[in-house]
Design a protein. Structure first.
Length: 113
C-alpha cells in the first residue's frame, strides 16, 4: 500500500473548511489524502448571519461549525493554532506555541499546502 499524501489546509473559512471536508479520504493518484486543517479559531461562524447574532435573534452556536467536530465526522484532522511561518522548500509549517509565553513553535510537515 502506498503512503498517504499529507495535505495541509491553512485557514478554515468557507473555502478552507469545504476543501478539508470534501478532500478528506479522497485519492491523489495511488495515494489517499490525509487532510489536516490548521486554524487559530475553534469554530467557523457563518458570516452572512452575523447580523442576526448581533441583533440577538439568532444563537451564535446555531451559526457555527466546530472544527474538531467536523473533522471527526468527516475524517480529517484539525490542528488548533496560528501559522507563523511556511517553508515551501522543506514543506513545513511553523505553528505558534499553544500557551502564552510558550517556548518554541510546533512544526508540521506536509506534501501539499
Amino acid at each position: 500500500m502506498d503512503k498517504e499524501h499529507r495535505l495541509v489546509v491553512v485557514g478554515g473559512g468557507v473555502a478552507g473548511l469545504d476543501i478539508a471536508t470534501c478532500l478528506s479520504g479522497k485519492r491523489s493518484g495511488t495515494q489517499t489524502l490525509a487532510v489536516t486543517l490548521v486554524d487559530r479559531e475553534t469554530a467557523y461562524v457563518w458570516k452572512p448571519m452575523l447580523h442576526t447574532i448581533a441583533a440577538g435573534t439568532s444563537d451564535a452556536g446555531a451559526q457555527e461549525t466546530v472544527y474538531a467536530a467536523q473533522a471527526r465526522t468527516r475524517g480529517f484532522r484539525y490542528e488548533f493554532g496560528e501559522v507563523i511561518g511556511i517553508d515551501r522548500d522543506r514543506r513545513k509549517l511553523q505553528i505558534a506555541p499553544l500557551q502564552v509565553g510558550g517556548r518554541g513553535h510546533r512544526a508540521w510537515t506536509n506534501d501539499s499546502l
